[in-house]
Design a protein around this ligand. Sequence first.
Ligand code: WT7
Length: 650
Amino acid sequence: MSETLANLLQETRQFPPPADLAAAANVTAAAYDEAAADRLAFWARQAGRLDWSKEWHQILDWSNPPFAKWFVGGQLNVAYNCLDRHVLAGNGDRVAIEWEGEPGDNRTITYADLLAMTSQAANALTDLGVVAGDRVAIYLPMIPEAAVAMLACARIGATHSVVFGGFSADSLSNRIEDASAKVVITADGGYRRGKPSALKPTVDEAVSRCPSIEHVLVVRRTGQEVDWTDKDLWWHETVETASAEHTAEAFDAEHPLFILYTSGTTAKPKGILHTSGGYLTQVAYTHHAVFDLKPETDVYWCSADIGWVTGHSYIVYGPLANGATQLMYEGTPDTPHRGRFWELIQKHKVSILYTAPTLIRTMMKWGADIPEQYDLSSLRLLGSVGEPINPEAWMWYRENIGRGECPVVDTWWQTETGAMMISPLPGVTAAKPGSAMRPLPGISADVVDDQAESVPNGGGGFLVLREPWPSMLRTIWGDDERFVDTYWSRFEGLYFAGDGAKKDDDGDLWLLGRVDDVMLVSGHNISTTEVESALVSHPSVAEAAVVGATDPTTGQAIVAFTIPRGHVDTSGEAGEALIAELREHVSKTLGPIAKPRQIMLVAELPKTRSGKIMRRLLRDVAENRSLGDVTTLQDSSVMELISAGMNSGK
Ligand code: WT7
């Protein structure tokens, strides 16, 4: 990507940490030096944040790359580290989870409660014949039992495979089969957009095709009618009647903790395998360092779903290992009204919020007057994850949610990395809007060209990781070869993340999106993210998605799908004028080569349930092809609307 427009988009704003936060920060600039001086000793010190039943004798075994072993010979129990040790330290009465159901019901669960619930579930699973090493599928809404189910598996050494509750019976059965899971934990349904949405029928359909499943444990959440099979057991009759005493047994540091399938828009999903000691070390350290968590006073909220890695690492394992008090919310941000998030922050005095750019842009579209109606003064730190955050969305987040005061940490990582890898440190870094800034202490990320040469400052290329890290994926479940091919074959000895990135003149990192999202226009590599950011920097634009469509003259041509902000007039000539203005705006911001061939004004964009824009579908529309598979879409009617608009020439 040496020919990119990478340097044309100039972002010069910079926001140093607030003095009081910096003065009391958990982690200072010294951490970078300590890690640079001795990376392995640094990680060994972080592992010391946990309780180990048996000390490791080797920090890292990298004798058979890319298969890593961290904290070799060490033993620990992950659930013990998340629960028992806090209770034993006298913090059993501390709130672990303030849970809010979508319909307005709520539960307060202390660490002592969560330990009792997890112990019951561990006993019940053991009674059902689940033993260490078995796989358990979890298909639940965002209710506390989801965390309990995961922790119970961890406690008995069973490997969980959480499948997002929005996935179809096909996706669920494929994942159950791939891992040969023995038990599924599910619910009758959950609440979404103001009504109960069933889960059990999907499980019934999936399980009918999966002979490996012996039992289905069903939480009663909505009370809706369910069909019942001889494999089914109610959670309240099985788990809640079990003993609340359970002694955790220690497992090897490399004992498999969970499998999580990457959603994959095209190929067969990959079962990403994470293990115990290194994973828990890095999620706990990064949660402490990047969110500056003060467990006695902070109220933390990660708005992700437990079905994604963000929910695994930063709702369940990281925060609970650190003894955090957190909010957990079941539903959607616009139920029963568009102020729901801010109302929850006001009610629970949330101090740290971790959410996704797609949500921030949605809030931008709804308008700043909505958050303005709530008291958000409890917030002191804001985080972002999931995709590149456009500078304008970053600024909006800081200004309108963070009162222009809260540091914004843009955290880059992946299901495969298990934990954050590149992010500002809130007490140290003068953050730039839209940049994930620098690798965290102990992490060595770099940007290389297609010859694997590190690019100089100002250059762009492929994001790679040079050294193994504690929470790295250990393999793809059942497919070591695919693990090696996918991540370790593109550049010898380097982990290939699949993302484009650039280094600015200070050496800070800007993520540009997946490399398959780079367009080749008249021989120039142009990142979809940069054009999208240029569009979103225009005051009339709320959100944009850009694709490269085949073009007879330029190879690929830039086609942009743009959502105008609420107040903008897009009818007739006003719409045409806006389109012309936007093309000019991109040309001025990035250079004439990046001027979109075509801009469409649309009401919505096709997104996966994890909030990623499905550019593949937009490319189908732009190239007048029939649409590919739309089953992973959040709302499949979106595509019909967009195609109709395209055909009318709008
Ligand atoms: C891909 C990983 C990490 C948890 C949620 C997504 C993109 C993620 C950022 C960021 C730019 C980002 C990358 C990455 N991504 N965070 N802060 N800036 N891009 O996990 O589904 O495994 O997706 O999400 O493209 O490779 P995932």
